[in-house]
Structures are given as structure tokens and as C-alpha cells.
Design a protein around this ligand. Structure first.
Ligand code: ZN
Length: 318
């Protein structure tokens, strides 16, 4: 979907913005901002320089952005065209620091939704209103689909989590004819009693709109939606993911939503409204911007993205 947002207005290190909301939110996510300032300082390009990924943040950043003790080094020299390596043995590690933790990964959309528009257009109840079961998702101008992207990142993330002993479940693995619908996506996390759920997406905004953002559930109580119990925990999860995503990828927070924090709270997403366990969405970048698209189509970058999400989840769980 596309957003209409304020023009990009990066905060200055010596003259931080004083808009109350921005300051309030920034106080919650010093990690994301610190990482971004480092990014700005070292002149990180969209490609994500190594300097931006490693420098001062790690020693001075607060807990939300610190490197998780569980983090593993990013893979390098991954073939850009190669999809994530699907492990032949997908069984969780017998032991590991995340043993006993259940993580549900929700790869946004489904590669087959395009062939099932009638089914995915059927409306489902999300508590506050009725919304389409699912959507096809977006794609780069060259045709690399969001559904392909989300599955690839999900596979990479699953591998990282399983290596640390976590039990991982995907809401879909490209193995369904369509969907699941957004209400079922939420139910899968709920029924699994997941300790954390991450819905992976990439955005379809306008050219020139760049960067990632993490979407947090707003407080909603209507019909079968009641996010009250998960708002705070989801915010904690999302802040940790945002801070670590900056560090791992070198990408800046969105320049079109979130006032530079990389965080956006929404009450209109069924997948969040119906969740009873900590859950966030991440829009990893904008597929319709050529610079972001160059990152999103790079296997090396997707591995960094998965690492950043993993570090955030591991930090939240530990
Ligand atoms: Zn999406």
C-alpha cells in the first residue's frame, strides 16, 4: 500500500526535533535513532556499509540496540540470485539459548494469491471492521514479488532461530493455494502460544520513499479484537527489531512514515488486531523505489535483514 507522509526530515545530532510525539517515541527507541545517526555520520549508502553496521552503537547504545548475545555473524558472499538455503534438516537444535521458545514467522501474502483473487477478496472480520482475506502484495518494477521476498527472508530467519534452539512455525510456506487470510494468520500465532510473531513484508510506496519501518499494534478493543494485553510487549519486540535492523542492514528508518523512528502504530491491520501474543509487522523497504529495490533483491542484503530481525527477536526473548 502507499502512504502519504511528511517529507523526509532527518533529525540533526545537535538539534534534535522537539515535536512532542517524536520525542516521546524517540525516547522509546534510542537504539533505532542512534543507529541511524551513526548511519548518517558515516555516510552509509543504501548498500549498508560495514562501518554503519558495527560502530559506536554497540558500545553506547541502550539495551534495545545492543547486540544480542545470541547473535551470529551475518553470512557474507551470498549469491544474490540464490534463494535462502533451505535446510535439508529443519529440525530445531536439540539445545540452545532459545530452546523452549516458540516463534511464528508470518511471510506476508502468498505467491499464489495472484491466481485466487476471488478467494482473497472475500472479507473477514478483524474485530473493528471487515477486510479482505489477503492481498497479492506488491513487487519491484522489474517484477520481483513481495511474496517471494517475504518467504525468502522468512526461511533465512527460521534457520537463524532454529540454530539457537527455537521452535519455529511459518503461517504459510508457499504451499497453499492462497492465503491464509489475515484472521487465520493471527490465529496461527495464537494457537501456537507463540512467544513472538513477526510478519515480514516489503512496502509498495512511491519512488524516493525509502527505508524500513516496524508496525506495532495500537490499542484496540472491538468484537474479537482486544490488543490491550499485547500492546506493551509488542512495542518492546518492535523497538528491539528496529534497533537491530538498523545495525544489521545499515538501512535508515522510513523517510515517509514514523517521523524517522522506524516505528508506526496502527489499528487497522487484522493480523495485529486479532493477535493475543506479542506481534509486529516489518516493512523491510520500499519495493517501488529503485535504490531500495536493489537491496531487497540482493540475497546478501536479505541475509542481513533476517539477521537484524533475528537479533531483535532474540533480544526480546532473552
Ligand atoms: Zn505486504
Amino acid at each position: 500500500m502507499s502512504y502519504v507522509g511528511p517529507d523526509f526530515d532527518p533529525p540533526q545530532p545537535r538539534r534534535p526535533r522537539r515535536r512532542p510525539l517524536t520525542v516521546a517515541v524517540a525516547a522509546l527507541v534510542p537504539g533505532a535513532l542512534l543507529g541511524w545517526l551513526v548511519y548518517e555520520t558515516v555516510g552509509g549508502s543504501g548498500g549498508g556499509s560495514e562501518e554503519a553496521a558495527g560502530t559506536p552503537t554497540s558500545s553506547s547504545a541502550p539495551v534495545t540496540a545492543t547486540t544480542s548475545p545470541l547473535s551470529t555473524p551475518s553470512k557474507s558472499a551470498t549469491d544474490d540470485d540464490k534463494p535462502s538455503p533451505t535446510p535439508t534438516t529443519s529440525a530445531p537444535a536439540a539445545s540452545g539459548p532459545l530452546k523452549g521458545k516458540v516463534v511464528v514467522i508470518d511471510p506476508g501474502h502468498n505467491p499464489n494469491n495472484f491466481q485466487h483473487t476471488a478467494e482473497i477478496n472475500k472479507k473477514v472480520n478483524i474485530g473493528t471492521t471487515w477486510k479482505e482475506c489477503d492481498t497479492t502484495g506488491t513487487s519491484t518494477n522489474a517484477g520481483y514479488t513481495e511474496a517471494k521476498f517475504t518467504l525468502d527472508v522468512a526461511h533465512r530467519l527460521r534457520t537463524l532461530l532454529q540454530q539457537q534452539g527455537a521452535t519455529v512455525k511459518l503461517t504459510q510456506d508457499g504451499d497453499r493455494t492462497f492465503g491464509p487470510c489475515i484472521d487465520e494468520r493471527a490465529q496461527i500465532g495464537n494457537k501456537a502460544h507463540a512467544d513472538a510473531v513477526v510478519s515480514v513484508h516489503a512496502d509498495g510506496a512511491g519512488a524516493g520513499q525509502r527505508g524500513f519501518h516496524v508496525i506495532l499494534p495500537g490499542k484496540v478493543k472491538a468484537g474479537s479484537a482486544d490488543t490491550g494485553p499485547i500492546v506493551a510487549s509488542s512495542a518492546s519486540l518492535g523497538e528491539r527489531i528496529a534497533g537491530n535492523f538498523v545495525r544489521a542492514t545499515g538501512s535508515a528508518p522510513s523517510n515517509y512514515v514514523g517521523d524517522g523512528t522506524g516505528l508506526v502504530t496502527r489499528k487497522d491491520l487484522g493480523g495485529l488486531n486479532l493477535s493475543t501474543v506479542p506481534k509486529v509487522f516489518i516493512e523491510c523497504g520500499n519495493m517501488r523505489d529503485s535504490k531500495d529495490a536493489a537491496l531487497l533483491t540482493s540475497g546478501t542484503w536479505r541475509q542481513k535483514a533476517a539477521q537484524g530481525i533475528f537479533d531483535g527477536v532474540a533480544s526480546f526473548l532473552s
